[in-house]
Design a protein around this ligand. Structure first.
Ligand SMILES: [Fe+2]
Length: 262
């Protein structure tokens, strides 16, 4: 009987409903390096999501998630609105975590958020403050605090009774240089027991992310067809640019640990 050839193995850990793979030096694998997904173990929160196979470099997905200005154009019928283009985003870094935030005050909620407000018992026509706080956690996760609150109540910090909010979860597993497994979803802490609401939000979010998929695969095709061209970064790309720099540095450190420690 023929045996299987030797198979390379990787450390894995199951936590927060996902299997986390450590593809680097096994001796360095450390569960403490997992992103903190405390909501996944908290019954006050609900999660709905899915997974897409996307034919793009994982860094294109990170660029996309760290610059939500694109929502105005790519997601015009769901989460897009004019103010995304008018209110500047601010990017900062805390260690290796990059944060890009935008606060739109005194606006009308776009259709996705109107539906979520209705599902949460709020007046969907009310004027709101809307926020987005994108957090890139290396090597390839992006968590986005998103939501709307009745205008003038504090936005992100508004009391729960006047807001509808959640965390967009983006866990990206590179497959090849030009393909990824994209685990997406929304964690929310309003009406967590409402399974019909979970299903309807999941369906709406899946449609939104299908739009990203189409755009990202087109972008990748363009890059492959024109390898001599460089990516053009605009001011709004600062979050993605900083995330790429951090990834590059971490890759360098992993390749030459002795040199970086010197
Ligand atoms: Fe998008």
């Amino acid at each position: 009987m023929r045996g299987f050839p030797p198979v390379k193995t990787y450390p894995v850990i199951e936590r927060y409903g996902f299997v986390w793979v450590w593809p680097g030096d096994a001796a360095q694998a450390d569960p403490a390096k997992l992103p903190d997904l405390a909501w996944a173990e908290d019954p006050a929160w609900a999660f709905g999501g899915g997974m897409f196979h996307v034919k793009c470099d994982y860094r294109l997905m990170i660029d996309n998630l760290m610059d939500l200005t694109h929502e105005k154009y790519v997601h015009a019928t769901s989460i897009g609105q004019q103010e995304l283009d008018e209110v500047p985003a601010h990017t900062s870094a805390e260690g290796d975590v990059v944060i890009t935030r935008r606060d739109m005050t005194g606006v009308k909620a776009p259709p996705f958020w109107q539906a979520a407000m209705r599902g949460n018992g709020l007046d969907a026509e009310a004027t709101v403050d809307r926020w987005q706080r994108c957090r890139f956690v290396p090597p390839s996760s992006v968590f986005i605090d998103v939501g709307v609150a009745l205008a003038g109540q504090g936005g992100f910090d508004a009391p729960a009774a006047v807001k509808t909010s959640g965390i967009v979860i983006d866990l990206i597993t590179p497959e090849t240089e030009t393909s990824i497994w994209y685990f997406w979803g929304l964690a929310r802490n309003f009406r967590p027991e409402d399974k019909a609401l979970t299903a309807s939000i999941r369906e709406a979010q899946g449609k939104v992310f299908m739009e990203d998929l189409e755009m990202l695969e087109s972008q990748q095709r363009n890059l492959l067809a024109r390898p001599e061209r460089k990516l053009l970064s605009l001011n709004t790309d600062l979050g993605g640019v900083q995330a790429r720099r951090i990834v590059e540095r971490l890759v360098e450190q992993e390749r030459a640990p002795a040199a970086s420690a010197a």
